[in-house]
Design a protein around this ligand. Sequence first.
Ligand code: CO8
Length: 257
Amino acid sequence: MSYETILVETRDAVGIIRLNRPKALNALSRQLIADLNAALDDFEADAGIGAIVLTGSEKAFAAGADIKEMQALGYVDVFMDDFVARWEQLSRVRKPVIAAVAGFALGGGCELALMCDLVIAADNAKFGQPEITLGLMPGAGGTQRLARSVGKAKTMDMVLTGRMIDASEAERIGLVSRVVPTDELVETAIAVAQKMAGLSLPAVMMAKEAVNRAFESPLADGIRTERRLFHSLFATEDAREGMEAFLDKRPAAFRNR
Ligand code: CO8
């Protein structure tokens, strides 16, 4: 399937989505979000895909919502259309999604990265929530996911001033998992995704669900969810195989991946 604003490919069991509006630094237009959602749906439904990588170009992961499109909108337009809701589809994907971020990840671009399960950054990456400089504020989780991810001090600093942070600061504050040289970014992200895709998919999906509960529920509820999911994995053939393989000192051959 080909799209107007993204490039899609698969590498073994990994689905790769590359945002591709180079002239607008991958600004997140209505069309781009529609294309992204369609590609995510396809990978989610494809039993052969175990993990997804979302990336952009070396210059920009995404420079935010498309300001040219937004500029034409009034309150009733954005309220009735609720276009932010469509962006949230990424946060509902059940398979693991890795953001591979080089260049600018600003505004909605930073928020999109925050919806992914882990962010791998190139050493030239820059993260920011500059909406305040437009007379706006973050609208796709930038005040919420960012605060839960890096805490109040850095979130207020970024959201109230629009200050961009570089990759090393982003790693220091826990916004990104790893920083790698720019020319190794996509291959590193694909290798991490391949590692995940080689494991038991139900276990990976349940582990993702459990970690995400930590951001949505009180501790006791999160622990209970974790316990129930942990118990349920004992019903899978993959868990039998994983434990047996360890004791046999051989690699596990998971079937549900
Ligand atoms: N929207 C539309 N076009 C953009 C955007 C954008 N966000 N960012 C860059 N572009 C375009 C520029 O207009 C320019 O186009 P043209 O060549 O036609 O003039 C082209 O991309 C290249 O940009 P620059 O010439 O500005 O490149 P520089 O290298 O000089 O600067 C920057 C790069 C610093 C990234 C600069 O482009 C910039 O500041 N961009 C805007 C960043 C921004 O403010 N982002 C936040 C947008 S608001 C937002 O994301 C709200 C999300 C809330 C959720 C909403 C849900 C829908």
